[in-house]
Design a protein around this ligand. Structure first.
Ligand code: A3P
Length: 346
């Protein structure tokens, strides 16, 4: 058994009490969809090797086999609510940061941001906002999400075409965070080699797979473009953010996030510096040094990846330390070609 290499497992919803801890595993074999999953014939999907386990191409998106089984079940059984707020990201684009910021902003009336007992001081951000599709829902029932009070703050790595159709029908609002793809591939490479239970890939090989559009929840350009288009069509429903922009102006983005979550900062809060307190509390420097994030591990079935694996450098442009000029040019060219005419640039 191998741990899922990308995501995290258990969580709290907005203001909810701690959910039962859960976990997810990468099975060595391709699990068949259970009878409860959507009627997708997962066994007949195209497959490809190269990462730590077999990936399948599911509705145009590369997923590990167990993730596809879970997503299939989620599409059939997850019951969205009209006031759900979804955080959507491509892996390694700053999910942990977005979860921390959103949790702090959404819950600030019950958890004072500067308070010494703020949940972010003792819980990993990944554990404060649950993923919809994780832990694997064929192993861990969706009932855990059903039990959360509204409004739920939920997270997903699913691209828009994989979201359960009711999400769009109900008009659930989505915050999407993307990142410069060159930083994503470097971050992903580090992460996978760190938590891969012996799985190791050279950067050159990981880069080639990524550039070929073959990465978990990839191709990354389809992921970004799908949400980008939705944000253009429905700006009140999808807030499209970029990691690099957030780094450049965190306070401005925290305000934007609060407006979108429909909990705007009052003049009093702004005057009292609450926006800056959120930025500080959720900063890489603050979070990465907390004992819960620097040394603790989270119980997961089949593995116990370090919480610290979600905190590496937290910088924009670190790719320059890893990718050759030729690699950078190659990925830039692919991204430019794929995003051509969309208005989205990195
Ligand atoms: P690096 O590997 O480039 O450092 P995800 O949360 O989607 O898995 O993304 C992980 C990336 O976000 C890592 O990038 C990690 O260091 C960075 N990150 C985690 N917490 C952060 C924070 N509070 N602020 C900025 N970046 C953060």
């Amino acid at each position: 058994m191998r741990t899922c290499l990308i995501c995290c497992s258990h969580s709290l919803s907005v203001g909810a009490a701690a959910m039962a801890r859960g976990g997810h595993v990468e099975g060595e074999s391709i699990p068949a969809a259970t009878g409860e999953a959507e009627d997708d014939d997962l066994a007949s999907l195209p497959t490809r090797e190269g990462w730590w386990t077999t990936f399948v191409l599911y509705h145009g998106c590369w997923l590990s086999s167990p993730t596809a089984t879970s997503v299939s079940l989620v599409r059939a059984q997850f019951a969205p609510r009209h006031d759900d707020l979804l955080l959507a990201t491509y892996p390694k684009c700053g999910t942990t940061w977005l979860k921390a910021l959103s949790f702090a902003v959404a819950n600030r009336s019950r958890h004072r941001v500067a308070g010494g007992d703020h949940p972010l001081l003792t819980s990993h951000p990944q554990d404060l906002v649950p993923f919809i599709e994780l832990p694997y829902r064929h192993l861990h029932p969706l009932a855990a999400l059903d039990a959360l009070p509204s409004p739920r703050l939920l997270c997903t790595h699913m691209p828009p075409q994989l979201l359960p159709p009711r999400v769009a029908e109900l008009g659930c609002r989505i915050v999407y965070l993307c990142r410069e793809p060159k930083d994503v591939v470097v971050s992903m490479w580090h992460y996978m080699n760190k938590v891969g239970n012996g799985f190791f890939l050279d950067l050159d090989k990981a880069f080639e797979l990524f550039v070929d559009g073959f990465s978990l929840f990839g191709p990354i350009w389809d992921h970004c473009l799908g949400y980008w288009k939705k944000s253009m069509e429905e700006p009140d429903t999808v807030l499209f953010l970029k990691y690099d922009d957030m780094m450049a102006d965190p306070a401005g983005h925290v305000k934007k996030l609060a407006d979108f979550l429909r909990v705007p900062f009052t003049d009093e809060e702004v005057g009292a510096g609450v926006v800056e307190e959120v930025v500080r509390l959720c900063s890489f420097e603050k979070l990465s040094r907390l004992p819960v994030n620097s040394s603790a591990v989270v119980d997961r079935i089949g593995g116990r990846p370090m919480n610290s694996a979600f905190f590496r450098k937290g910088k924009a442009g670190d790719w320059k330390n890893y990718l050759s000029e030729e690699m950078a040019n190659k990925l830039d060219a692919v991204i430019e070609e794929k995003l051509k005419g969309s208005g989205l640039t990195f």
